[in-house]
Write a protein that binds this ligand. Structure first.
Ligand SMILES: [Zn+2]
Length: 242
């Protein structure tokens, strides 16, 4: 059996994976302290009062993290046995498999495309109900544009149900493009502080298509949009964070 990944992913795994256990453990310690404080004060760190329901939600989330991290720190990592640069085609069992390296919520992500079957497996380039992001947002958007140009009838996203059309892919692309454009325009007009970035971005017209007005997802969407906007701002300012 071979485990196939881009060489870039293999390097990430070799270089970064060993730091996860200590990072997880440090974050968990912080989360425990946060939740303990919230339970004793009944308030969030910014002073907003929390309902009994919110507090229970926080406790449940911490419990899930405790369980997840207990497993994650003991994981034995298996690294890719076969890597490729930008693109690789494998002919196997009468099928053609195209491996494409793209920028998604990480660099070096592998997209798998079966041209004859018109199946596209996107990894976290496409994910829902609210999309993940990490690298420069415009690069993620450009990757989505390349995916949109492929002849695909079935799309398997990194998170979320399989799709039989490109509606969600196009929607995610539109969200990322809109944020990149709004931030660039604001920077060109003199926006100079990262704290002011949220005021420059308004994608409320797209929100309900992602969240269907679910209260929890609405909050997540707004949080992610803020992060995406800051990400686009850093890109526009050549990585600067002021
Ligand atoms: Zn994922």
């Amino acid at each position: 059996m071979e485990i196939i990944a881009s060489e870039e992913t293999r390097q990430f795994m070799l270089n970064i994976a060993n730091s996860w256990p200590s990072l997880y453990t440090a974050n968990l310690k912080k989360d425990r302290e946060n939740v303990a404080r919230e339970l004793s004060t009944g308030k969030q760190s910014d002073g907003t009062p929390l309902s009994a329901e919110d507090l229970q939600g926080e406790k449940d989330e911490l419990q899930r993290d405790e369980e997840y991290i207990a497993e994650a720190v003991t994981v034995h990592r298996t690294y890719p046995t076969m890597t490729y640069g930008d693109e690789m085609t494998l002919y196997h069992g009468g099928r053609e498999f195209r491996f494409l390296k793209m920028v998604g919520d990480a660099r070096g992500e592998t997209v798998l495309y079966l041209p004859k079957e018109k199946i596209l497996v996107t990894g976290d380039l496409v994910s829902g109900p609210v999309p993940y992001y990490t690298p420069p947002l415009s690069q993620h958007a450009d990757s989505l544009r390349k995916l949109a140009a492929l002849d695909a009838e079935v799309i398997i996203p990194g998170h979320g149900p399989a799709e039989h059309d490109k509606a969600y892919l196009s929607l995610e692309l539109k969200l990322l493009d809109t944020i990149v454009q709004q931030v660039r325009q604001a920077v060109q007009q003199g926006l100079t502080r990262i704290d002011d970035v949220p005021t420059a971005v308004n994608v409320e017209n797209l929100r309900s298509q992602f969240t269907h007005d679910d209260k929890y997802l609405d909050a997540k969407f707004r949080r992610y949009v803020k992060g995406m906007a800051e990400n686009a701002y850093r890109e526009a300012r050549d990585g600067k964070n002021f």
